[in-house]
Write a new protein. Sequence first.
Length: 250
Amino acid sequence: MSGHSKWAGIKHKKAIVDAKRGKAFTQVANMISVAARSGGGDPSMNFKLRLAIDKARAVNMPQANIERAIKRGTGEGGGARIEETIYEGYGPGGIALLIETASDNKNRTVSDIRSTLTKYGGSMASTGSVAYIFDQKGQLEIKLGEKKIPQDDLELMIIESGASDFEAQDDHYIVYAEPADLKEVKDFLDQNGLSVDSAELTYIPKTEIKITDESKAGSVIKLMNALEDLDDITSVHSNFDIPEEILNKF
């Protein structure tokens, strides 16, 4: 999971910048609407909705916007229906891409994805071409914060939560769980006073493509950022592994 977790660390820092720009509002609102449509508008009974609302609060979305997105999902607020779709593609160096979207206009979404991939040296792939490379996992990020917990105690707590794996980053931990265990793991960590910065279902590559050429690495990162900046895209997963010393240059 090394390459994946390093990119997760970059996204962790990037999310703070995106939040200041307000670019995440449309993406998170769509995620809330989809979750409310599939599981109802009560976050205490709908864990997927609870996670989406947590994301909204992380980017300082006003409560009124959250409530409007919930009503849109449950059919009370009108507006076009938001649907989730996963697209597959390839990027520079033959990297695999799984692109999660939430959109009210699939034609627009596909057009935006295709043009972005083409612009940055990638291409669309047929359904099933790259999906088999990934396993779905729950992923949580824990801020270390000011509360100093001995490393051994912290890692023991993570293990006791039922997590399947974890990795230490500069100022936080990335914790993995089986999809069915994500709620239990998050609740355990919350109840034990750890600061869970985010929790989501993600896709982890089974095999990775190592990229050591700086120019090619730059192309990959530009493509990832361009895709993640599209309003209809909620998450992009890939199997590249760029050494940290190269990643830090971008």
